[in-house]
Each structure stands twice: as C-alpha cells, then as structure tokens.
Design a protein around this ligand. Structure first.
Ligand SMILES: [Zn+2]
Length: 295
C-alpha cells in the first residue's frame, strides 16, 4: 500500500488514511517536524516515518488531537518523540474509557490481521496543557487550543502565519458534528474557531479545504445544525416528550451526507436529550451507550 502525502501549506504535509479518511499531519520547518495524529495502519505510519526521514528532519513533537482509538496508534512507532495532549486525555484513557479504547483497537487489528509482537499500550503524553500552549517547530509557532465537545480532551492546532487550522474531529465535509462529549462545549468551541482567520482547514476525517467560502460554509452549517438540534430537543424536553418522540421531531432536520449520518444524528439527539434534562439513562441512549463506536 502506498500513502500519498499532499502539501497543503508551505510547511504542512497531510496524508489521508484508508480508514475513515483520517488525516495525519506533518508540520515541517528548518529540519524539525511536529507530527499530528500519525496513523492509522502500520504501513501508513511507516510511510510517514519514511517521509520525515527522507526530509532529513528531526521529529520534535507528536500531537494527539484526542484520545479516540483511531487517533492514537502512531506514538508507539515514534518512541523517542515526546507526545503532547490536552490534560483531560489522562482521565479519558483511564479506567473504563481506556479499557474500551484497547478493546476497539484489538478488534480492529484482529479484523485486519494486523499482528503485533507486544500488546498495544495506550500512549502516555510527555506533556499536557489545560487551555492553550504553543510549540515551536523550526520557524513555526503552533498554537494548541482546548476544543471540547466531540471529546472532552480534544485540541485543535492553529498556525497563524499560514492561517491553517487543524480541526481534529470537527468541520468535516463528510461527517456532521459528532457530539460525543457535550453540546454546550461543542457550541463554544465552534464559536471560538469561527473568530479565527482560516485559509486552510484540515478536518480529522475527510477532505481539507482551502477555499474561504467552503471553510465559512462548513463552520456555519455545523453551527446551524447544533443550534437547531438544541432548539428542537429543548422544546421536546419542555413538553415532556420521550426519547423516541424527540427523535421523530428531529427526523426532518437537514444535514450533510444525510444517509451516512442518520446514525450519528440519532446518537446526537439522544445525548443532547439527556444533556438538556430529558429523562433517560445516559448509558442506554446516545453516544454513552456506544463508547465502542465513537471513532
Ligand atoms: Zn474522535
């Protein structure tokens, strides 16, 4: 298998995995690199390592945008490179969350006949931060910002000189917002991002965008989707509706790639129903029941 790397900005190369169109990034400047979510299949990670070596570069840092299983397979291949994550990563991967993550990876590796000589160990970050931090890579300054909503530990990477935003699992052209953490947090995060100057947008899954109109429309579509979902579910909760009645009331909402996103939309409205005070057990409905599937 070959992995194609595309240069999206003067100092940024991006690869797309054959799993979920997952993006891996390489910020590169003056012989130094910072890797973002390198993955997912072992051959893809090897190709990224080969590219970096071919550029005569020293990998300086490895950033994990969040703790979901499809984003954390890279670090074991870059054992000497310090990993950076948002502080909530540590609680996300401890206890039951960590067990689920390991099980997801075991199942996925078994399905794809990916052998390993030693068991997968969830990477431990060498550095964490709470709200924001910066990394210097050659001449680049990368701003890492906490961006919860999809997961409690999600971060985005912003490079102001090229107005590039690495949006983690947001602002995809194929996915709707997956509200697998918290709607209010997701809305605050999108509001923060909408204030940035963005010329190049890289979503964690899907196609990058460098057209201003497309970038603006992804932000406004996702903002509108969250606001409409909040409004409809809030009304249903006030009226004392059940989860199923609420789902029926949200069935005619419009969103991108409708057929593929019917399932995530259902999980979203169920989770939001619980978040807004609807009576249901969070372990029976929404993303909480599907800790296994929050890729
Ligand atoms: Zn995710």
């Amino acid at each position: 298998m070959t992995l194609s790397l595309t240069q999206l900005a003067p100092n940024l190369w991006v690869a797309q995995s054959r799993l979920f169109f997952t993006s891996s990034g390489i910020f590169l400047s003056r012989g130094q690199t910072c890797l973002i979510d390198p993955g997912v299949f072992p051959d893809e990670i090897h190709a990224i390592a080969g590219f970096v070596a071919g550029q005569d570069c020293e990998p300086l840092k490895l950033v994990l945008t969040h703790s979901h299983w499809d984003h954390i397979l890279g670090p074991e291949h870059f054992a000497d490179v310090p990993t950076v994550a948002q502080a909530s990563y540590l609680s996300e991967v401890s206890g039951q969350g960590g067990t689920h993550t390991r099980q997801q990876i075991e199942r996925w590796e078994a399905k794809h006949d990916i052998g390993r000589t030693q068991p997968f160990v969830i990477p431990r970050p060498a550095e964490t931060f709470e709200e924001a931090t910066t990394l210097t890579v050659g001449e680049l300054t990368l701003h890492l910002m906490h961006a919860p909503g999809h997961s409690s530990d999600q971060l985005v990477v912003y490079q102001p000189d090229s107005a590039t935003l690495w949006a983690a699992d947001m602002l995809s052209d194929i996915e709707i917002p997956f509200i697998s953490h918290n709607l209010a947090a997701y809305q605050r995060t999108l509001a923060m991002l909408s204030a940035l100057d963005i010329q190049t947008l890289v979503p964690g899954h899907g196609r990058a965008a460098s057209d201003s109109a497309e970038i603006r429309s992804r932000i406004s579509e996702d903002t509108a989707y969250l606001a409409e979902l909040r409004g409809r579910v809030q009304q249903a909760v006030l009226e004392g509706r059940t989860v199923q009645e609420t789902a029926d009331l949200c069935a005619d909402m419009r969103y991108r790639s409708h057929e593929e996103n019917v399932g995530p939309h259902r999980l979203n409205l169920e989770s939001v129903y619980v978040e807004l005070g609807g009576e249901a057990d969070p372990s029976d409905v929404g993303w909480g029941q599907l800790l296994d599937e929050t890729g």
